[in-house]
Design a protein around this ligand. Sequence first.
Ligand SMILES: *[C@@H]1O[C@H](CO)[C@@H](O)[C@H](O)[C@H]1NC(C)=O
Ligand SMILES: *[C@@H]1O[C@H](CO)[C@@H](O)[C@H](O)[C@H]1NC(C)=O
Length: 339
Amino acid sequence: MSQSAFYRCEKTPWTRVRRCLCFWMLLLTVGTFMLTFYVSSLNLSWLLTSNTPEDISPEDLSVYFVSYPSQYSITVDEPHRCLQERPFLVLMIPVAPNNREARDTIRNTWGKETTVLGKVVSHYFLLGMSKEEDGTESIKEQVLEESRRHHDILQSDFLDSYNNLTIKTMVMFEWLSSHCPNTSFAMKIDSDMFLNVRNLVDMLWKAPRHLYMTGMLASGASVLRDHTSKWFLPVSVFPENYFPPYALGLGYVFSLDLPKRILEASAHVKAIYIEDAYVGLCMRHLGIVLTDPPRGDLFQGMVPDETSNCYWTSVITTILKNSDQLSLVWRVYQSQDGC
Ligand SMILES: *[C@@H]1O[C@H](CO)[C@@H](O)[C@H](O)[C@H]1NC(C)=O
Ligand SMILES: *[C@@H]1O[C@H](CO)[C@@H](O)[C@H](O)[C@H]1NC(C)=O
């Protein structure tokens, strides 16, 4: 359309007037197009279809907000270890204070691998404060004793709960950015995961060292509006219908220039308790695109029904049912030596 309009524009008399008209018509068209695009990008559909029970009282809503994370401090620390050891990779494992069993299983399985392909790898467990009903005093003692023995505990002074995982994640980024100046990568990994450290180091050896994050990526994930869901978010807390792309919190890897950036972004992005999606929101704020893993099958969801002889040597992570399964699987993994 515009081409023929321009053509006629040039050929008729009163060229200047017509040219002027053509110019304004073009401007109007482009303007309308841009406005339409802008409005649709605001994602206003939630205004029309409120599928949330908005009869939730303000007190109930408060659990979906998390307080700004930077006010917490580390009470059980390893202040110099990372600086001295200068690991290539640090594994950060969130775990509840009373879950000693999970920590011991990891110490006896993938946490034991401290030199891999010539690179130093170290791990730390991230704990909040235990709940009253878990017997706070005795757990406190146990954690201190465990810390003295293994030097792999970081505990911070917020209540350890599911809805406080965003705080835990932000405390992790704070600790990494201030304690590991000479470390290339970190991984946040849950305690019920199988981890093939060798494959991970091999992948990272070839990975970019800057603004890099990978793992099991979710894109176009819906925000859940069913208030019985574990991941329910009311519209009033988070109005968008979809999360931006993010790496599932089960296990994601990042270069160590990111923690500082994510913390800076977090000052501008309202916190939600779904911690991995929140990191995705911070990444979007920063304009940093997540990287797909080099192979789609490296970060696995469930254990497949039939695992081939070389399954455990071919993946980086797989979600397991519990710590017991990790001990079992680890033995199988070690027997797959010839793969
Ligand atoms: C999160 O931690 C803070 C600080 O300890 C606590 O006041 C709050 O109740 C916790 N929130 C949840 C949902 O556990
Ligand atoms: C990190 O390593 C580099 C090169 O080995 C060194 O020059 C630098 O001083 C180290 N930084 C810290 C804070 O140790």
